[in-house]
Design a protein around this ligand. Structure first.
Ligand code: KG4
Ligand code: ZN
Length: 341
């Protein structure tokens, strides 16, 4: 089965072709980062309008890359939520219009399920069951995964998502958008031990997270340094390192707890923050000590992309699931509501 995947939930237009027999055939992405950078974050209306502009050129690009024609496509998967409603509607409308024109089924995919399954596109995919740490700009969740659509939420952030904390902290210390890669880059030149940030909610039982206090801690640290006339590049690097270490250690402690609680030793990390090298190293070491394995997607498939939507959609379309012709998207959509396959 050849499936076209469309991702438009936020500021990336992603289009891909996934074949159930041959794997990923083509993948194209347009990132709107330059469009939003001047505003320091995503402007929803600009995002929607840009998705409209990019969709068809990217579709032509993947068909050409794969050497396939529209009539070869057996189904269309699109991100139906969670995300920005206007942006989601662009993908949903395109998907439904193309499905109607081509006489194939369309299926709305849950964006976080797409992220969760992205490591399945790699050479050594994880087997079920596993614990998944979903860390994106909008979500921080620990989930027990027993199969596709068999998700049990173990814990989640009570305030900011991990990626959101990276983005907001970066902005507060004068770095560009998106903040995650910027903080990771500066942290490489940070002085270990100059600042120590708290590890929120690790001193009490449970698997929930709270990241909003870390950005305040970063702001206070930055302001104290500025008042002392110490607001140079090195101070930014030192704050970036302390912040990154706090997030990484907090996530590692909670993942270890989740593995212990479930008795599993396979961990999948997915979403934009799973591209972070320190996080990968820290979790790799923790799983090494537990004689387990950690799985993640290549960096390009950690952040938003069409390939993960094509893959997730293909699994569900193969199981006979599809939508009616209505164009419906959901800004909020708990993943546990998805049907199992
Ligand atoms: O999954 P994603 O592309 O979009 C959402 O579904 O939200 O995640 C984007 C988030 C942003 O907050 C970005 O700052 C963060 O992922 N991110 C990173 C890194 N690369 C992207 N955070 C930390 N380290 C990175 N290397
Ligand atoms: Zn995402």
């Amino acid at each position: 089965m050849l499936v076209l995947g469309l991702e438009t939930s936020c500021d990336e237009t992603g289009v891909a072709l996934y074949d159930s027999e041959c794997g990923l055939l083509a993948d194209a992405l347009f990132s709107q980062i330059d469009l939003h950078r001047v505003y320091g974050g995503v402007v929803p209306e600009l995002a929607s309008r840009d998705h409209v502009k990019r969709m068809l050129p990217l579709l032509r690009e993947v068909l050409e890359q794969a050497g396939r024609k529209p009539e070869d496509i057996d189904g269309i998967a699109y991100t139906a939520g969670p995300g920005l409603v206007g942006a989601l509607l662009v993908g949903a409308s395109c998907a439904q219009a193309l499905a109607f024109a081509w006489g194939v089924p369309a299926l709305g995919v849950h964006h976080m399920e797409g992220h969760l399954l992205a490591p399945m596109l790699e050479e050594q995919p994880p087997g079920f069951p596993f614990v998944a740490l979903l860390v994106s700009g909008g979500h921080t969740q620990l989930v027990r995964v027993d199969g596709i659509g068999r998700y049990q939420l173990l814990g989640e952030s009570v305030d900011d998502a991990a990626g959101e904390a990276f983005d907001k902290t970066a902005k507060l210390i004068g770095l560009g958008y998106p903040g995650g890669p910027e903080i990771a880059r500066l942290a490489q030149s940070g002085t270990p031990g100059r600042f120590t940030f708290p590890r929120p909610m690790t001193d009490r039982p449970g698997l929930d997270f709270s990241f909003s206090g870390l950005k305040t801690f970063a702001l206070n640290t930055w302001q104290q340094c500025r008042n002392a006339g110490d607001d140079g590049e090195q101070t930014r690097c030192d704050i970036a390192l302390a912040f990154e270490q706090a997030v990484v250690e907090t996530l590692t402690i909670k993942c270890k707890r989740a593995l212990k609680q479930t008795g599993l030793n396979r961990l999948v990390i997915a979403g934009g923050v799973s591209a972070n090298q320190s996080l990968r190293q820290s979790l790799g070491k923790m799983l090494g000590d537990l004689k387990g394995d950690v799985f993640y997607a290549r960096p390009r498939f950690c952040t938003d992309n069409g390939a993960m939507i094509a893959y997730a959609g293909c699994q569900r379309l193969l199981a006979g699931q599809h939508d009616g012709p209505a164009i419906a998207v959901q800004a909020r959509w708990p993943m546990e509501r998805l049907p199992a396959i």
